[in-house]
Design a protein around this ligand. Structure first.
Ligand code: NAP
Length: 375
C-alpha cells in the first residue's frame, strides 16, 4: 500500500496497515486485521486513501473513506467486549454505544506526529515522559491516552472497565506506542493508590496525569434530586479527583515535578438546570485545581483543568442527548460555533497544559467550549 504522500495526518491506507496488521501483503496490496477479520486492500494505482475492505464472512464494501473502514474493523473488535459489561459499585451497567467514538479516536495524525521510514510513530513533546489517564476506556480519556502515546509518552491507561481500558491499550500498541492497563475505580482510594504504584513500578516515575474519569448522574431539579445519585456523582467526579491528585502529587514530588490536568467542564463555571450534583462536582474540581496549584507552584508541579463544552462522547449518547436529533440540535445551538466538540479537541488542550509549553500556566481552568461560556 502507498504511504501518505501529504504527511498530513489524515487516516489513510498506510495507517490501516500499521493499526491492524503491521504486515503488508504486497501481492494483494493489503492486510488482514487478525482480530476483526476485516481484509483491507487496494486496487492497483488507486489513490492512497481509496481503500476497499471485506470480511471473511463474504461481506464486502468499497469505500474511499478510510474512517468508515475503521468503523467496521473496530466494531468487530469491540463486539466481544461490549457483550459482557462490567459492574460498578452502583450495580448493573448496560453496554453503551462506543464504536463511533473509538473509530474516531484511532486517527493517528496530528501536527506533532512524525513517522520514520517504517511508518512507526516518532516521539516529540512527551518523549521519556510517563502519563496516567483515568477513565481512559472511552471518550475524552481514550483520546487523551492515545494522544499522549502518539507524542512519545508511556501511558498508564486506567478505567473502571477492564475490557474498555484494554481496548485503548490495544489501539496504542497497534500504533506503535507503549501502554499498560490498570483497573481502577477512582472513587476507591485503595485502588487509586494501587494505580499510581503500578505506574511507578512499570515506568519508574510519573510526569503527567489527566484525571478524567467522570459520570453524568441523574437529571432532576435540586429539590427532587435523589440522595444516592448525589453521593455517587460527588464520589466519582470530585472525591475521585482528590484521591488521584493526592497520590499523583506524592509521586511527582518523588521524581522532581510534573503536571496534572483535571477534567472539569463548562458546568464547573456556570449552572445547568436539573444537574445539581454534576454542576457542584465540576465547580469543586476547579476549586481543588486552583488550591493545589497554589500549594505546589514552587515545588515543580503545575495543576490545571480543562472545561469542555458538550463533547460528542458515549456519556452524552448514554443520556440520550446526541442520539435524539432534537436534543442534539438544541445542544449544538448552545455553542456559538454551532456544533459539539470532539474528543480530539479536548485532548489537544490537555496535552498543551501537560506539556512544557505551558510552563508558566498553573491554576487555570481552560475552556474548550466553542464559545459556550462567552454568550
Ligand atoms: P465517557 O465516554 O463516559 O468516558 C468516561 C470513562 O470513565 C468511561 O470509560 C467510564 O467507564 C469511566 N468511568 C466511569 N466511572 C468511573 C470510575 N468510578 N472510575 C474510573 N473510571 C470510571 O465520558 P466522557 O464524555 O469522555 O467524559 C470524560 C470526562 O469529561 C468526565 O469527567 C466528564 O464529566 C467530562 N466532560 C464531558 C463532557 C461531554 O460533553 N462529554 C463535557 C465536559 C466534561 P465505563 O464506560 O465503563 O462506565
Amino acid at each position: 500500500m502507498p504511504d501518505d504522500p501529504n504527511r498530513d495526518g489524515v487516516l489513510d491506507a498506510c495507517d490501516l496497515v500499521r493499526m491492524f496488521s503491521n504486515t503488508v501483503d504486497e501481492d494483494r496490496n493489503g492486510c488482514v486485521d487478525p482480530i476483526s477479520g476485516w481484509d483491507f486492500f487496494q486496487d492497483d494505482n488507486a489513490p492512497y486513501d481509496d481503500v476497499r475492505y471485506r470480511h471473511s464472512t463474504g461481506e464486502a464494501k468499497d469505500s474511499n473513506d478510510c474512517a468508515q473502514a475503521v468503523v467496521y474493523a473496530v466494531a468487530a473488535r469491540c463486539a466481544d467486549t461490549t457483550a459482557s459489561p462490567s459492574r460498578s459499585r452502583s450495580g448493573a451497567r448496560a453496554p453503551r454505544p462506543r464504536t463511533a467514538v473509538m473509530a474516531r479516536e484511532v486517527h493517528l495524525g496530528g501536527a506533532r506526529t512524525a513517522r520514520n521510514a517504517d511508518g512507526a510513530i516518532m516521539a516529540s513533546r512527551f518523549k521519556n515522559k510517563v502519563a496516567l489517564v483515568t477513565g481512559a476506556g472511552s471518550g475524552i480519556g481514550q483520546a487523551a491516552a492515545v494522544a499522549f502515546a502518539r507524542e512519545g509518552a508511556r501511558v498508564a491507561v486506567s478505567d473502571i472497565s477492564e475490557e474498555h481500558g484494554r481496548a485503548t491499550v490495544r489501539i496504542i500498541e497497534a500504533a506503535g506506542g507503549a501502554a499498560i492497563f490498570v483497573a481502577c475505580d477512582v472513587a476507591l482510594p485503595a485502588q487509586v493508590e494501587a494505580l499510581v504504584a503500578a505506574t511507578e513500578k512499570a515506568y519508574g516515575h510519573l510526569d503527567c496525569a489527566f484525571n478524567n474519569a467522570g459520570i453524568g448522574g441523574a437529571q432532576a431539579p435540586t429539590g427532587e434530586y435523589p440522595d444516592a445519585a448525589w453521593s455517587s456523582v460527588l464520589a466519582v467526579n470530585l472525591t475521585g479527583v482528590f484521591h488521584c491528585m493526592k497520590r499523583e502529587l506524592a509521586a511527582m514530588l518523588r521524581s522532581g515535578g510534573g503536571a496534572i490536568v483535571n477534567n472539569a467542564s463548562i458546568l464547573g463555571t456556570v449552572g445547568f438546570a436539573n444537574s445539581p450534583a454534576y454542576v457542584a462536582s465540576k465547580h469543586g474540581v476547579i476549586g481543588l485545581t486552583r488550591t493545589a496549584a497554589l500549594e505546589y507552584a514552587t515545588r515543580g508541579v503545575r495543576v490545571n483543568a480543562v472545561c469542555p463544552g458538550f463533547i460528542d462522547t458515549p456519556m452524552l449518547a448514554g443520556a440520550g442527548l446526541t442520539t435524539n436529533p432534537a436534543a442534539r440540535a438544541a445542544l449544538e445551538a448552545m455553542h456559538p460555533v454551532g456544533r459539539l466538540g470532539t474528543c480530539d479537541e479536548v485532548a489537544a488542550a490537555v496535552l498543551f497544559l501537560a506539556s512544557d509549553e505551558a510552563s508558566f500556566i498553573t491554576g487555570h481552568p481552560m475552556l474548550v467550549d466553542g464559545g459556550y461560556v462567552a454568550r
